[in-house]
Design a protein around this ligand. Structure first.
Ligand code: SF4
Length: 429
């Protein structure tokens, strides 16, 4: 491996620590201060596994500036005579040029963008108008892939360049992933289970061939907890009621969804009155569908009592709402509209809520706004798959106590934990 910088101080020690850990597919936790060359040393130690072996690196970042720092270092490695291909990924929000001409696409959330994009691509495949940026990618040639794989671009540079050639940056990026040896992604692309499966498919690889590097890893526990938490507010119920009036659909038993939604709101109010103490904003709900002390109400028992319904019917009506949402989304999509359904979102939330009580979450009722909330307490829900990878490097300036961090994100008990002081880099002339 040709290095772009003279090594300073204990940088060789960091590189050796990571390299040795990766050789045994171990997990390595490095704490070193800002400016100590964490990005550089993590790449210097992991790139040989990519260049000489069949591994690929997934480099997880939280912000665009972190992504740019990784790109800058990789360009320096390439300028020093190393050869590898890199793809920097961002979501459609940043990489879809069609949004400028399509209001519905622009104001959609990520899952709605995905549905609209899928529909536009299908139209393009059928020879209809579809998306103009996708047309040239219908039959991608090897020379197109080779040309775009030969350079290292930040996501912003890539987006501008591809757009200037009327190519969809997002879809072109996906095509390049198969060849890419280093892929830089926002956390969500790797730690969200279903997106990771797509990503590995596009990369044409398996999880055991992936070396994972997580930059600014102190963010990972909070990010994971937040990603695995969700809530249902009374505002969503009101929007769902408005949607119900507009579409006029009925639940399986012939009743209008508004009756069920009103019941959910009443249950929330009643739970709030019972569980939220004066001066508090939240109250803890029992962690059972029916509380051990049957006098203490849960969402399920409130719904059953207020609606005089069985648990089976509660689940059935929630599932009906969810299916109604799918129908509404499809109808809107066919009309070229944003495929958003509040009825569907309420139904989906309730189905997940009623499906099981996970041991890693607590359940709350909150006010300001009035809501039901599942709060994840254990980041390992999102990170436990890391055991299946070919090695993990987690780095940050603030991870101490390292043993606690290791256990919090579920790394191997035998993980290598190291703290280093400041190291400054000097570019080789
Ligand atoms: S194909 Fe690309 S440009 Fe077209 S809608 Fe999808 S992401 Fe946007």
């Amino acid at each position: 491996m040709k290095l772009p910088y003279n090594l300073r101080s204990n940088q060789q020690e960091i590189i050796d620590t990571i390299e040795k850990g990766l050789q045994s597919k171990n997990h390595i936790v490095i704490e070193a201060p800002t400016g100590s060359g964490k990005t550089f040393t993590s790449l210097a130690s992991s790139l040989p596994f990519v260049i000489n072996k069949s591994y690929k690196i997934i480099y997880c970042v939280r912000t665009n500036s972190q992504q740019e720092q990784v790109i800058k270092e990789l360009k320096a490695f390439k300028d020093s005579g190393n050869n590898f291909s890199v793809v920097a990924i961002q979501g459609r929000q940043s990489m879809c040029p069609q949004q400028k001409d399509d209001d519905e696409l622009a104001k959609s959330n990520w899952s709605e963008k995905s549905k609209i994009c899928k529909s536009l691509k299908l139209q393009s495949k059928l020879g209809e108008a579809g998306c103009p940026y996708y047309r040239k990618l219908l039959r991608p040639t090897n020379s197109l892939i080779d040309r775009w794989s030969s350079e290292i671009y930040s996501a912003e540079e890539f987006t501008l360049n591809a757009e200037s050639e009327n190519l969809c940056p997002y879809e072109l990026n996906k095509l390049l992933l198969k060849k890419a040896q280093i892929v830089i992604v926002p956390y969500v692309y790797f730690f969200e289970d279903f997106i990771r499966k797509y990503l590995l498919g596009w990369m044409d690889t398996t999880i055991d061939k992936i070396i994972t590097i997580v930059d600014e890893a102190h963010n990972l526990p909070d990010w994971s907890r937040e990603a695995a938490s969700e809530s249902l507010s009374v505002d969503s119920l009101h929007r769902a009621s408005q949607e119900s009036d507009k579409f006029g659909l009925l639940l399986g038993d012939g009743s209008p969804p508004t009756l069920f939604l009103d019941l959910v709101e009443s249950a929330l109010k009643s739970l709030g009155e019972y569980h939220i103490s004066e001066g508090d904003d939240e109250g803890l709900l029992p962690s059972h569908i029916v509380s051990l002390d049957s006098e203490v109400p849960t969402f399920e028992t409130e719904m059953m009592s207020l609606g005089k319904m069985t648990l089976y019917r509660l689940k059935q009506q929630s599932s009906d709402l969810s299916k109604m949402g799918q129908l509404i989304r499809q109808t809107l999509l066919e009309k070229g509209k944003r495929p958003r359904s509040y009825l569907g979102s309420v139904g989906d939330f309730l189905c997940r809520w009623l499906d099981s009580i996970e041991s890693h979450t607590i359940r709350l009722v909150g006010n300001k706004p009035l809501r039901l909330e599942k709060v994840c307490l254990d980041p390992r829900v999102m990170t436990s798959f890391l055991d299946e990878t070919a090695g993990v490097v987690m780095m940050s300036g603030t991870l101490s106590p390292l043993g606690m961090f290791r256990d919090l994100v579920g790394l191997k008990p035998e993980s290598k934990l190291e703290r280093f002081g400041s190291i400054f880099l000097k570019k080789i002339d």
